[in-house]
Design a protein around this ligand. Structure first.
Ligand SMILES: C[S@@+](CC[C@H](N)C(=O)[O-])C[C@H]1O[C@@H](n2cnc3c(N)ncnc32)[C@H](O)[C@@H]1O
Length: 310
């Protein structure tokens, strides 16, 4: 391989030899070989098709976006330290966004993508039912526990007239979220706040059209049993939902009615098996109606939705 100034190259044959061994290592570590394809696609000038069709072996040179020695070390970290691919590459593709991620933020999950579509359809239904208290997609929407900013930015994209208020207790997560908002051009419509849940949003009491949250919901004692990528690399404050897993969701059930306007929407992501407990919490709060549990695309109960009574 050749490393000249800012340009780095490797021959197709050398890369193919390395790829063969890297695939064996991946399979032995129970890591999908597809990740290796994604890794090479992100760090070389090869296309997805070049890699899938294995059509690069005869190429005299393949351009790399960093020195080959650094690329080899990155893959070693994937195998030996179980660092998630998204952290190694610094990016995740989520809905139509390429979002920056680092170990300061939870990697936004594919199942969470649906929460944006749920917000759109429940907002449309509520606007009709209460004779348009607010213009479709306008008003204040809140993303509590924003992490990388994924949900806040998703809301900004589907509600072009709305102001989005995104809160996290982690300054380092907020720094990443702000970078994502700036790179997608949403910095004027997404405001970021540091603090605990609703605490920084006092001025919005009674004025919020919708609250969306993917809070920590894993029971504390289950954390050590999660896959190594999660346990060793993702921030525990993004995962740990207390003894029952429901501490944060319970707090959001109790506090949201002061902030949501009548007919305002409450949407929360939860873990498989929590649907009944969350429904009971919402029912016993006494101020929610039309409580529903919706599945994700795998058919697992994943989202709880309710309206504040009007
Ligand atoms: C499961 S992650 C969700 C991140 C992002 N919304 C997503 O869906 O990818 C939960 C987030 O809640 C934040 N968090 C935990 N406790 C919090 C609190 N008391 N107040 C605000 N945010 C909190 C964590 O820092 C983390 O970013």
């Amino acid at each position: 391989m050749v490393e000249t100034g800012e340009s780095y190259y490797i021959s197709g044959e050398e890369l193919r030899q390395w790829q063969k061994q890297a695939k064996i290592d991946a399979i032995a570590a129970e890591i999908s070989a597809i990740e290796l394809d994604q890794f090479l696609e992100a760090l070389t000038d090869l296309t997805h098709l070049d890699i899938r069709l294995d059509s690069f072996g005869d190429r005299p040179s393949i351009q790399l976006n960093q020195p080959w020695s650094a690329i080899v070390k990155l893959w070693e970290r994937r195998i030996t330290e179980r660092v998630p691919l998204q952290y190694l590459l610094g990016v995740v593709h989520w809905r139509n966004f390429a979002l920056k991620v680092s170990p300061a933020v939870l990697i936004p999950r594919p199942e969470t993508e649906l929460i944006i579509d749920i917000a759109v359809s429940y907002h449309a239904a509520s606007s009709e039912a209460i004779n348009s208290i607010c213009q479709p997609g306008s008003g204040n929407w809140v993303d509590l526990g924003t992490g990388s900013g994924a949900i806040a930015l998703g809301l900004a994209s589907v509600f072009p007239q709305a102001m989005i208020h995104a809160v996290d207790c982690s300054w380092s997560a907020l720094a990443i979220a702000l970078e994502n908002a700036q790179s997608l051009g949403y910095q004027n419509r997404v405001k970021f706040y540091q603090g605990s849940w609703w605490a920084p949003l006092h001025s919005l009491k009674g004025k919020v059209s919708g609250m969306v949250a993917n809070p920590p919901y894993i029971p504390s004692q289950e954390l050590p049993n999660l896959q190594p990528e999660v346990v060793y690399h993702e921030p525990h404050q993004a995962l740990d939902g207390g003894e029952s897993g429901l501490d944060c969701i319970h707090h959001l059930v109790q506090t949201a009615p002061q902030f949501l306007q009548p007919g305002g929407i409450w949407i929360v992501e939860m873990m498989a098996g929590q649907g009944q407990a969350v429904t009971s919490m919402l029912e016993s709060a006494g101020c929610y109606r039309d409580i529903k549990i919706l599945p994700d695309l795998a058919g697992i109960d994943r989202f709880a939705i309710a309206y504040v009574q009007w």
